[in-house]
Design a protein around this ligand. Structure first.
Ligand code: GLY
Ligand code: MN
Ligand code: MN
Length: 435
């Protein structure tokens, strides 16, 4: 695996040339008082190093004669390690993580300028760690003041994302192996949930059994807060209270996935807790399923990214018009007020049909390169396809639209799969959970 991290750094360094890349570990987050959340490394940092400790900085200096990859890390400290866990330390940062040079993080201010001053550009993405943003800008400013004396030094700050994120967007075999593992565990958990969810159970019981399995199978836990939403709760997109008792006649929407080795699964299924769809539930479920099936069919190399969303929207709007839940020309309903995102179908379907998936659940990678120039799908990309219909009890449509009958209200449905773009088309990675 170290060889792969090295290869990723190499590919990045080929592009940054006479610049220097600086990457900061994730900041730790406070849970309450002096207790912190479990640490999770920043995804860019992890992608380039595999190093998963806080208080670290990685420097990539392609033109440096010896130190092309430098790590600043927390030094070994037996007393601190007794309290807050093992540290790899300065020496192993070289032997284990392949750094050409490694230093205690306390020496950053002294050593970093030496790497920056010979470069003409700093590649650094202003991040969540505001204090470190200040530190980095301070070093740059200092080098500006002393530029006259050297005639070398950075004259620009650049975001590494346009170079790095296209690399992250195309998954390697080893990344796909981890994603498949995250997905396998999540598939098992969804199937267990479908077995156990019965009228009388609570949303949190279903959540607990799923998340138990995430850990039991060696995953890190949920990739994002699990949504277990019965009945009208399914109309709240990010419902995470998970406190309701399942009622006979409820649909249960479960949007849950596990993280495994830093990679994420993201799966949604919706099913009747008593095993039987009502008439309205069945009609809407089949509509969402048709939208999803047709949208997934558009996942193939060469297709523009938005074709997936556009396809899903067309199927959904056509269906809603046929059901008299919307009135008007399908084409008008789709295009009118599109610029302001105020189309008349939006009260039923207000989110997009998916996102890239990888080290981040909403993974990096652009969707659009300016106006109407959508990213073209290519093999190795992984994305979700997740259309839905949400008819909240108090749904309000535009004035010229019909009043939604009571029998439809309170139904929320989403179906979400994780899809790999292959050389010839696609592979639905999450097909192990029935639809
Ligand atoms: N679970 C977050 C999403 O589906 O995007
Ligand atoms: Mn999801
Ligand atoms: Mn998703």
């Amino acid at each position: 695996m170290q060889a792969e991290y090295q290869q990723r750094r190499q590919r990045l360094m080929e592009k940054i040339g006479t610049g220097v890349g600086v990457f900061r570990s994730a900041p730790s987050a406070v849970m309450h008082n002096d207790v912190e959340y479990n640490f999770r490394q920043d995804s860019d940092f992890f992608y380039l190093t595999g190093f998963d400790e806080p208080e670290a900085v990685a420097v990539l200096a392609p033109e440096h004669p010896e130190h092309r990859f430098v790590l600043f890390v927390r030094p070994k400290d037996p007393e601190k390690e007794t309290w807050s866990g093992r540290r790899i330390g300065v020496e192993a940062a070289k032997t284990v993580y392949g750094a050409d040079a490694a230093f205690p993080i306390a020496e950053l201010d002294e050593k970093l300028p030496g790497y920056l001053e010979k470069s003409d550009r700093i590649y650094y993405r202003l991040g969540r760690d505001k204090g470190f943003n200040e530190t980095l800008l301070g070093h740059w400013q200092q080098l500006m003041f002393t530029y006259q004396k050297r005639g070398t030094g950075p004259v620009a700050l650049a975001d590494p994302a346009p170079i790095l994120h296209p690399l992250r967007q195309v998954k390697s075999d080893s990344e796909l192996a981890l994603m498949r593992q995250a997905i396998a565990i999540s598939v098992e958990a969804h199937n267990l949930a479908q077995e156990m969810a019965k009228p009388g159970r609570y949303e949190y019981e279903v959540q607990a059994e799923m998340e138990r399995l995430f850990r039991l199978r060696g995953g890190n836990g949920p990739a994002y807060p699990s949504i277990v939403a019965a009945g009208e709760n399914a109309c709240i997109l990010h419902y995470t209270e998970n406190t309701r008792q399942l009622q006979d006649g409820d649909l249960l929407l479960i949007d849950a996935g596990c993280a495994y080795g830093y990679y994420n699964a993201d799966i949604t299924r919706t099913f009747p807790v008593n095993g039987q769809f009502s008439r309205e539930q069945k009609i809407l479920y089949e509509l969402v399923l048709a939208a999803q099936t047709q949208a997934i069919a558009q996942v193939k190399p060469g297709n523009p990214y938005n074709l997936i969303h556009d396809t899903a929207v067309r199927v959904l709007v056509t269906g809603l018009v046929e059901l008299d839940l919307l009135t008007g020309e399908v084409e008008t309903l789709i295009t009118e007020n599109a610029k302001e995102e105020k189309q008349k179908y939006k009260p039923f379907y207000m989110h997009r049909t998916g996102h890239w998936l990888g080290l981040d659940v909403h993974d990096v990678g652009v969707y659009k390169h300016g106006e109407d120039n959508w990213t073209i799908l290519q093999p190795g990309q992984v994305l979700t396809v997740e259309p839905g219909i949400y008819i909240s009890p108090d749904i309000a449509l535009a004035e010229d639209q019909p009043v939604v009958g009571d029998r439809w209200r309170g139904i929320g449905i989403r179906i979400e799969d994780d899809v790999l773009v292959t050389d010839t088309g696609h592979e639905v990675l999450t097909s192990g959970v029935p639809k």
